[in-house]
Design a protein around this ligand. Structure first.
Ligand SMILES: [Ca+2]
Length: 373
């Protein structure tokens, strides 16, 4: 999961990779909607849970009253509380999916990482590139204004959109109120999901109909797959019509993603990274990172320590794209030594803030490069 100051998006940190290893199907298992609409190896392997028991139902109903009281205390109106909790039941399917997340103790067995190249080919195919280019062309009249306002290339925002929901084709059809209340009641990460449930009610209180508040099993919604708290804090009205419509409006969607990136520290004018060539005999022990990241450390441990491009050149590592000699970068060789390699900038870490998986971030970066051509 991704936690910066507070949870924005709920992700299975490194989950895409781990579940992909387990499934052997080349599909990521994240909390985003795309995982719901593709074959679901995680669900197929999940323990079969019985329907909610009478005790569970009674407990859930009681817990809902607590959530309602909290929403009331935080200013959510009574009609909104009523319409968002009406008929809400415990959803065992959501818990089965959650139990099968990496790190849950019952999920996929972390194994050696598979190569990135086949993952990329399976995930970012010609159709996804072509659809992104078509979106890029449609955005041409207003994209420069968004790039100027947020300092984030529209191609990067488009690549997130393409990775998350295939440009809005799969946004998820779980009732978010039901999913979030179930996950909060389940209690494995109670405060996270209780807070997101309250945030969802605050969204509804702005007039968004409950029928629109659907998404992934873990509560991610709309084209960018924001959690409700991220929507409240970061969603933008890109086309100036007074609404932040991240379900239907391209300008709102891309401005919202760009705002997320600006908030996470994207540096304007710098690439996410560049492909690189690595000389045979490069001393990997001399470039290994000694840092342990506070969140999803296994993901961050897969790239080297940070050196300037000039220092990489001195070691024989040659960038295959435009990047300044003074830019600090880290080396990743996702397919192992002597194969593909990339020099990553600090902007790569911003992509990891969106979804902490190296394969996700590399896919976003490379798709954005394809869309920029
Ligand atoms: Ca709008």
């Amino acid at each position: 999961m991704v936690f910066r100051h507070r949870p924005l998006l709920l992700r299975a940190c490194a989950g895409a990779l781990v579940a992909w290893v387990a499934s052997g199907q080349g599909l990521p298992q994240s909390a985003s909607a795309s995982a719901q609409t593709l074959p679901q190896p995680a669900l197929a392997n999940a323990p079969i849970l019985p329907p909610a028991s009478p005790d569970q139902t009674a407990g859930f109903d009681g817990y809902l009253q607590l959530l309602a009281a909290r929403a009331r205390a935080e200013g959510v109106s009574e009609p909104t509380i009523a319409r968002m909790t009406a008929g809400l039941t415990y959803n065992p399917k959501v818990i089965a999916l959650d139990r099968n997340q990496p790190g849950s103790g019952t999920g996929a067995n972390p194994a050696a990482a598979p190569d990135f190249s086949p993952y990329y080919r399976a995930h970012i195919d010609a159709a996804r590139i072509a659809a992104g280019r078509a979106k890029y062309a449609q955005a041409a009249p207003w994209a420069p204004a968004i790039e100027h306002r947020y300092g984030v290339p529209i191609a990067v925002a488009l690549a997130i959109w393409g990775n998350e929901t295939n440009y809005g084709r799969y946004m998820g059809d779980f009732d978010l109120a039901r999913s979030l209340a179930t996950l909060a009641y389940d209690g494995r990460r109670r405060e996270l999901f209780a807070s997101e449930f309250i945030a969802l009610l605050k969204m509804a209180d702005t007039g968004i109909p409950r029928a629109q508040l659907t998404g992934s099993w873990a509560g991610a919604l709309g084209n960018p797959q924001f959690l409700p708290s991220a929507y409240l804090r970061l969603a933008q009205d890109g086309d100036g019509d007074g609404r932040r419509d991240v379900w239907n409006d391209s300008a709102d969607t891309l401005a919202s993603i760009a705002n997320y990136f600006r908030d996470a520290g994207w540096r304007p004018g710098q690439p996410w990274g560049v492909p690189a060539t690595v000389p045979a005999g490069l001393d990997r022990t001399g470039i290994a990172t000694a840092l342990v990241a506070p969140s999803c450390p296994r993901v961050h441990a897969r790239y080297s320590r940070w050196l300037t491009v000039r220092e990489w050149r001195a070691r024989g590592v040659q960038p295959q794209g435009t990047i300044g000699d003074d830019v600090l970068t880290a080396l990743i060789e996702p397919d192992g030594q002597g194969r593909t390699a990339y020099l990553l900038t600090g902007n790569y870490r911003v992509i990891l803030e969106y979804n902490c998986s190296n394969y996700y971030a590399l896919s976003v970066g490379l798709l954005s490069d394809e869309l920029s051509r």
